[in-house]
Design a protein around this ligand. Structure first.
Ligand code: SAM
Ligand code: SF4
Length: 323
């Protein structure tokens, strides 16, 4: 089992398959994707080796992310390869869902278990202002299709921003009355590129949490492969609410995830100074040297991130690494 110096166990791998994105989210890539590095993204055989090595070291869940992972034409093959890896129990994806209705059947055929879609506003004009795309209705249609199918677990990610959605929690609550998804409010994180935006827009999730508890929302029990969200349910609502509060005390104590970038680097934290290249170990089917390399790197994992001190490491934006 992959374990670090602090006794944390790593059941969960976030695997970025591209850093390219077609959206221009104001907190992430406000000027759109800039092709300023090499685009030698992990190939399908390399991805199979990553999945195999991590699974042999105790990883049970792989989340495919990006950039926008659905821009890769071989995404269904990637989902299917992860799903067929011995030891992997859940395969998940985080996507902006821009073509969710079109892509969903292939993802389902490939065996996807969990789908997280980012929707930062339920108001179409606000959604357009945040992402640069007028796609809200189309994405919601895709979510309805996925719910009607019934197989995948659906979550919606919403980054909290003071002026864009920080005062509009009610529209989400109305939606959750009859929509059986888990909506996760994510506190905006500072990155290398978004300092000014962060200073103007960051709001804490703790106030929302207090209000939820006052309104009768109750904490859910978490699985060991679960993400960092504190989740709540309410008997009157079909949907659940999660809060991801990376600035809260002890947030990193329950860290159970590692990250691989689309360039094949291991990132021990979302905000490390650098990724550690595994590329040369991904060229052969024997994963023993790869496993030994990953295990050796684990000793460098720090107890926490240093976001409280405004240290964002080498992470210019989360599209680089997949959040
Ligand atoms: N393009 C896909 C999407 O948006 O779902 C996957 C990649 S995106 C980097 C993964 C998640 O990170 C999304 O839910 C996005 O909203 C979130 N995210 C990006 N930048 C963020 C930031 N600065 N603070 C908090 N969450 C952020
Ligand atoms: Fe693209 Fe996702 Fe970043 Fe938005 S949050 S710009 S969809 S990578």
């Amino acid at each position: 089992m992959l374990t670090d110096n602090f006794g944390r166990k790593f059941y969960y791998l976030r695997l970025s398959i591209t850093d390219v994105c077609n959206f221009r989210c104001n907190y992430c890539l406000p000027d759109g994707y800039a092709c300023d590095n090499d685009r030698d993204f992990l190939s399908l055989p390399e991805i199979k080796r990553v999945a195999n090595a991590f699974a042999q070291m105790g990883t049970e869940k792989i989340r495919i992310t990006g950039g926008e992972p659905s821009l890769r034409k071989d995404l269904p093959d990637i989902i299917s390869a992860c799903k067929q890896t011995a030891g992997i129990k859940k395969v998940a994806i985080t996507s902006n869902g821009y073509k969710l209705p079109e892509h969903l059947p292939a993802w389902l055929d490939a065996g996807i278990d969990n789908i997280n879609i980012s929707i930062d506003s339920l108001d179409p004009r606000q959604f357009h202002a945040i992402t640069g795309h007028n796609k809200l209705d189309h994405i919601l249609k895709g979510i309805d299709m996925a719910l009607a199918d019934g197989r995948p677990n659906i979550k919606v990610n919403t980054v909290l921003m003071r002026e864009y959605n920080g005062y509009d929690i009610q529209s989400y609550l109305n939606w959750l009355k009859d929509t059986p998804v888990t909506l996760r409010f994510i506190e905006l994180m500072q990155t290398g590129d978004n300092q000014e935006f962060f200073d103007a827009q960051h709001v804490q999730g703790s106030r929302i949490k207090q209000n939820l508890i006052l309104d009768g929302w109750l904490p859910c029990i978490q699985e060991k492969t679960a993400g960092p969200a504190q989740e709540f349910y309410h008997p009157d609502y079909q949907g659940k609410i999660g809060l991801i509060m990376p600035y809260s005390k002890d947030f990193c104590n329950t860290c159970n995830r590692l990250r691989i970038s689309s360039l094949g680097k291991l990132h021990l934290c979302l905000f490390t100074e650098e990724g550690l290249s595994l590329k040369e170990y991904l060229q052969q089917d024997d994963v023993e040297p790869l496993k030994a390399r990953i295990a050796a790197m684990m000793h460098d994992k720090k107890a926490t991130h240093f976001l409280q001190d405004n240290l964002t490491g080498a992470t210019k934006n989360l599209a680089m690494l997949g959040g």
